[in-house]
Design a protein around this ligand. Structure first.
Ligand code: ADP
Ligand code: MG
Length: 353
């Protein structure tokens, strides 16, 4: 018996974050108007201006908001960049570097794909394989966004599992080789973070000083709001559809990335199957976690580590984060308890609404 959850394939976290940004901006504008010496409510100042656009790339909803301007041309250029990176890094888009590698149509990749594979290999090793960019032979068996999703055949999972292992992939210049002909790359757990970082670089080069890049809940802040306050980033209460955040964190210039069981999932036989796979079983990670949020300067680190820590579980995930400089994590367990990594509460003024 398949039960399709109403949030499957939809990214409530994104919608929620977007709403939060909008309402924060709205509240900011109201506050400013009431303090305005001229008393002219609604008059536009540089700090009131903003422009926001949403589109669909990378299998998710992408929203970019620029503050202090109403010109959306840079957002359109960001969308073109999303399109370009999707056509390099997607596992499923025919013609991408990853698709060509997986179909053994080439062994040579672009510098950008190479740099992301290198980062992916570093995190695969750092996590002891709990995060593994060669999960492709297993992840391709699962379709969490199918009309009627189902658990793949057990033998197929075991067969796929035999080919997972980042040590089967090696690099020599821009040449990628696999020691196993059925080992496939999947950069899905790290690509959005990488792309968010590239979009931020592009906006900085174009003199943007205040923006939010939101790639399906993979949120990267550029600077702070024009009035000098931090962006208020909401962390979703897992499975909540009302939009009340579990936590709100003031963030300037940093990345906030969450991986959760509720993002892409389905239920079968009374059991929830979600999209973060355990590379030692080929099945979704089974631990007591509902979500892991990583706060970091660069979004690629947050994306890799949110997936890695989810797969490692609370104890090992916390130990990994505590061993890294200037990276913080929030774990939410299935009893809805919140667990912070060392130093997070000193560094960020977290509040619960
Ligand atoms: P989201 O795409 O929702 O932001 P993640 O960043 O956690 O979520 O990435 C999940 C995706 O990464 C999966 O859809 C799959 O393609 C891939 N993946 C799943 N499990 C792992 C894993 N243990 N290591 C590396 N990649 C994984
Ligand atoms: Mg990730």
């Amino acid at each position: 018996m398949h039960k399709r959850l109403h949030f499957r394939g939809f990214r409530p976290v994104l919608l929620f974050l977007s709403i939060l940004f909008l309402s924060a901006a709205f509240l900011g504008a109201c506050g400013k108007a009431s303090l305005s010496p001229s008393g002219t409510e609604g008059s536009q100042t540089a700090s009131d201006k903003k422009v926001s656009k949403t589109s669909f790339f990378l299998n998710t909803v992408v929203t970019i908001t620029l503050y202090g301007t109403e010109d959306d041309s840079l957002i359109e250029e960001c969308f073109s960049l999303c399109q370009r990176y999707e056509s390099l890094l997607s596992r499923t888009a025919s013609g991408s570097d990853v698709y060509a590698l997986n179909h053994r149509a080439t062994d040579t990749v672009s510098d950008e794909t190479l740099s992301l594979i290198k980062t992916g290999l570093d995190y695969s090793a750092l996590s002891g394989g709990a995060f593994d960019i060669t999960i492709g032979s297993c992840s391709s068996l699962w379709d969490f966004t199918a009309e009627v999703p189902s658990v793949p055949n057990r033998d197929a999972i075991l067969e796929g599992l035999a080919h997972v292992g980042y040590e089967k992939l090696s690099l020599d210049g821009n040449t990628v080789s696999f020691s196993d002909s059925e080992t496939f790359l999947d950069l899905g757990a790290i690509a959005k973070g990488y792309i968010a970082d590239r979009l931020k670089e592009f906006l900085v080069e174009n003199h943007v000083t205040s923006a939010i890049i939101d790639l399906g809940g993979n949120v990267l802040c550029l600077g702070e709001k024009p009035d000098g306050r931090s962006f208020q980033i909401g962390i979703q209460r897992p499975f909540d559809t009302q939009g009340t955040p579990l936590l709100v964190i003031p963030v300037s210039d940093w990345s906030v990335v969450t991986s959760g069981t509720y993002e892409r999932c389905f239920e079968e036989g009374g059991k929830l199957y979600h999209h973060i796979l355990d590379p030692s079983t080929g099945y979704p990670c089974e631990n007591n976690l509902l979500s892991v949020t990583i706060l970091s300067e660069h979004s690629v680190d947050g994306d890799a580590l949110s997936t890695a820590c989810f797969s490692l579980g609370l104890e090992e995930g916390t130990a990994l984060i505590d061993s890294l400089d200037d990276i913080y994590a929030i774990f939410v367990t299935d009893d809805y308890q919140i667990h912070y990594s060392d130093g997070l509460l000193d560094r960020f003024s977290v509040s619960s609404p």
